[in-house]
Design a protein around this ligand. Structure first.
Ligand SMILES: Cc1ncc(COP(=O)(O)O)c(C=O)c1O
Length: 383
């Protein structure tokens, strides 16, 4: 099978992720920080190590300000609902995933916030100057995806971060498609809130994610509960990470995520990035040579990440993806990819497109197979 749905979740994971999770679950999986016994202390140490390694990875000064979550969606909800107050204005973009759009739309529909959605250019880019123009006195949050999960186009986060910082707004970056593939430095990029899934390019298992909370945002926690200490306190402790981490964490997942990040550090982010870029180039070049295939995003692979989306004249995206799966054993994703406004802008709403998202474990041969499968399907249909 050729798996080309890494934008949804990476598969397979590095072998060390499976091995470590198996060993942890069999031998070490006590509840961290809850009890004083040796296993509990060791489990807590593993979680601490995971926080420390992620802090290094994203240049976070205070590792305790990395909150472990369930996935990218969970991180975005904790951030959005935690920072916004009645009367706030929020700037976001048409490039966003529903994990950003839906919570914001719901808050706007309830009259709690005012919402501005910025358009992207023809190249799929947000112009930082449009962010500046949209700023109001009441702008509390600027929420932008680091890269579209449809086109893969990487956004100019640092200039947007600078504008948000200068205006006193908070800057939330959705790094679902970039964490683990392109370098992210929360200090340099002036990011106040970085939401990332653990299960995509960081190679953790499903059910993992994180939120980096800088020193400026004041978040109201929605999940309150046990933290393993300060139990006499009637309310949630304010101390990080406990303020936002009530309940038993996904220890085995977090340990797997730590292994995933260690794998990236060992391989080298640049090597991973270069390999993925070479796959994207091969895929785009191959598809571009097929008449009737219309590619989205940019042909400059240095300005994008892995998702490659396209439509084929006369072929329903869903149908094409089913044939790829059933007749060629190639796993892809078709439709709107939870990002309806991008498709409206591209003119591919409501059917969407076909998305092929290679990952580090794919090969150049996989790309050739995918292109030749699309070619064959086209030739069958046009017979
Ligand atoms: C850009 C973007 N944001 C958010 C998400 C949501 O992440 P998760 O699936 O981890 O909830 C995704 C998932 O595909 C995404 O691509």
């Amino acid at each position: 099978m050729i798996y080309l749905d890494n934008a949804a979740t990476s598969f397979p994971k590095p072998a060390r992720v499976y091995e470590r999770m198996d060993r942890f679950l069999r031998e070490e999986a006590a509840n961290p920080g809850r009890s004083g016994h040796r296993l509990s202390v060791e489990a807590e140490a593993q979680i601490l190590q995971a926080r420390n390694i992620l802090a290094k990875f994203f240049n976070v000064k205070h590792p305790e300000r990395i909150i472990f979550t369930l996935n990218g969606t969970d991180s975005l909800n904790i951030a959005i609902k935690g920072v916004l107050r009645a009367g706030d204005h929020v700037i976001t973009t048409v490039l966003e995933h529903n994990s950003v759009l839906r919570p914001l739309n719901a808050l706007a529909a309830n009259g709690k916030i005012a919402l501005t959605k910025l358009d992207a250019s023809k190249e799929g880019l947000i112009d930082p100057e449009n962010v500046r123009k949209a700023i109001r006195k009441s702008t509390r949050l600027v929420a932008v995806t680091h890269a579209s999960n449809v086109t893969g186009v990487v956004q100019p986060v640092q200039p947007i971060g600078r504008i948000a910082r200068e205006s006193g707004a908070l800057f939330l970056v959705d790094a679902a498609q970039t964490a683990g593939v392109i370098p992210i430095d929360v200090e340099q990029d002036l990011i106040d809130l970085l939401a990332f899934p653990g299960h995509k390019s960081l190679y953790g298992p499903p059910g993992t994610g994180g939120l980096v909370v800088g020193e400026r945002p004041q978040l109201v926690p929605w999940r309150e509960g046990g933290t393993g200490f300060d139990s006499e306190s009637a309310t949630q402790p304010e101390e990080f990470p406990f303020a936002l981490e009530g309940g038993t964490p996904n220890t085995v997942g977090i340990v797997g995520l730590k292994e995933g990040v260690e794998f990236i550090l060992k391989e080298g982010l640049e090597r991973i990035q270069n390999h993925e870029r070479s796959l994207v180039r091969k895929l785009r070049d191959g598809l571009a040579r097929l008449s009737g295939v219309h590619l989205h995003g940019t042909s400059d692979v240095a300005k994008s990440v892995a998702p490659v989306s396209f439509v084929v004249d006369g072929l329903d995206p869903q149908e094409l993806s089913v044939i790829l799966d059933q007749s060629f054993d190639i796993a892809v994703r078709a439709g709107l990819h939870c990002a309806p406004l991008v498709h409206q802008a591209l003119g591919t709403f409501p059917k969407g497109s076909v998305r092929l998202s290679p990952g580090y474990f794919n090969t150049a041969h996989d790309m050739e197979q995918a292109v030749s499968a699309v070619r064959e399907i086209q030739s069958q249909v046009s017979v």
